[in-house]
Design a protein around this ligand. Structure first.
Ligand code: NDP
Length: 337
């Protein structure tokens, strides 16, 4: 059983040495357990938080422990009455080839599913995050302008497409011309601006002639600084992530912008709300899945996956995720399905 454990805690951006590949025996399931063979491992930005022992909403991975992560797996051996060998499940097996489970963390998948990896993306946690954050907190109304950070990624790509379904103008923000082209041409956003552009503010203003009614925040930093002055009266800001800050060792120095933020929030009566998807919305997962399945069947939601082969390549792929090197939902193919 090959597995990747946390070797040391990163200071700033993670490096290869923060991870260690170990080999050990395949574990034996006890009574009531199943042995899972990992097919796909999801890599997600929240894992940066788990590598750090700073206080957060979830416990840190201990040094020497296997890295946490969502997985799609096949039941290899079952000593659990509800599972048979060959069953396909979504769970939290982590960065390893085999994992044990008592079934409490498992969601059964249709074994005939054509793309099981989508249970980690558009049909899984990131899609659910987009759905709840936009619809429950963002409350988009037809004709409004919705701006989406990290627009080509797992969450952002879905946010903008749901905004279009709801009759909004969807404007993405992404890194580089290729991602921006994809966001407009493939995903159907109305416009997309490159956050690396020196004219970000002006380009965003030009793309949002009627201001911004909903800003789906996943990035923070200079992207949010460009958005803030464009927010309309009664704008809503689902605060989903702040990826540009995840590798910071301390909050960025600079002029105190808190006064600017709070003044904008007061004068424009802006509502900003953070959320942690399963903690806040776990009970609505079923509703999301049935709606998303319908949209996918109707061809109204498109998705892009960035699939990297081999568990050993997970550390490098994860480091790249925090630098924008992924293009679409980042998934590791651990074994063939
Ligand atoms: P993505 O697939 O969007 O990949 C991350 C992307 O973030 C990169 O491709 C890159 O896109 C962008 N990025 C990385 N670093 C920076 C930076 N310094 N400045 C600007 N952009 C950067 O990831 P996900 O869709 O999985 O996650 C998106 C966000 O949603 C994250 O903030 C994540 O933490 C959050 N999230 C929150 C959840 C919750 O419950 N609150 C649940 C799931 C996700 P580009 O090249 O375009 O810059």
């Amino acid at each position: 059983n090959r597995r990747i454990v946390l070797n040391s805690r990163p200071v700033g951006a993670p490096i290869a040495d923060n991870f260690r590949l170990e080999e050990g025996p395949v574990p034996e399931p006890g009574p009531g357990q199943v042995l899972l063979r990992t097919l796909y491992l999801s890599l997600d930005p929240y894992m940066r938080g788990r590598m750090s022992d700073a206080r957060s909403y979830a416990a840190a991975v201990a040094i020497g422990e296997v890295m946490v992560g969502g997985t799609v797996s096949q039941v290899a051996v079952s000593r659990h009455p509800d599972y048979q060998p060959g069953d396909l499940v979504q769970g939290s097996g982590g960065w390893q080839e085999y994992a044990l489970s008592d079934g409490t963390d498992l969601v059964r998948l249709d074994a005939r599913m054509s793309r099981p990896s989508t249970a980690l993306g558009v049909l899984g946690m990131p899609g659910f995050t987009a759905y709840m954050g936009l619809l429950d907190i963002g409350q988009p109304q037809a004709g409004e302008t919705v701006v989406v950070a990290a627009a080509s990624g797992a969450v952002g790509s879905v946010v903008g497409q749901i905004a279009k379904i709801k009759g909004c103008r969807a404007v993405g923000i992404a890194g580089g011309a290729e991602k921006c082209r994809f966001v407009v041409d493939e995903l159907g956003f109305d416009a997309c601006v490159d956050h690396r552009s020196s004219d970000l503010r002006q380009e965003l203003a030009a793309a949002c002639p009627k201001g911004i009614d909903v800003y789906f925040e996943s990035v923070g930093g200079r992207v949010f600084a460009a958005v803030l002055p464009l927010l309309n009266v009664k704008a809503r800001v689902p605060l989903c992530g702040l990826i540009s800050l995840y590798n910071e060792t301390s909050l960025p120095e600079g002029p105190d912008r808190l006064g600017l933020l709070t003044r904008h929030m007061l004068v424009k009566r802006i509502k900003m709300q953070g959320f942690i998807i399963f903690d806040d919305y776990g009970s609505r997962y079923g509703e999301f899945q049935s709606q998303m399945n319908t949209w996918l069947k109707e061809g109204r939601i498109k998705f892009r996956e960035d699939i990297v082969d081999g568990l050993e390549n997970a550390p490098e792929a994860f480091i790249g995720l925090l630098e924008g090197r992924n293009f679409g939902k980042l998934v590791i193919r651990v074994a063939g399905d």
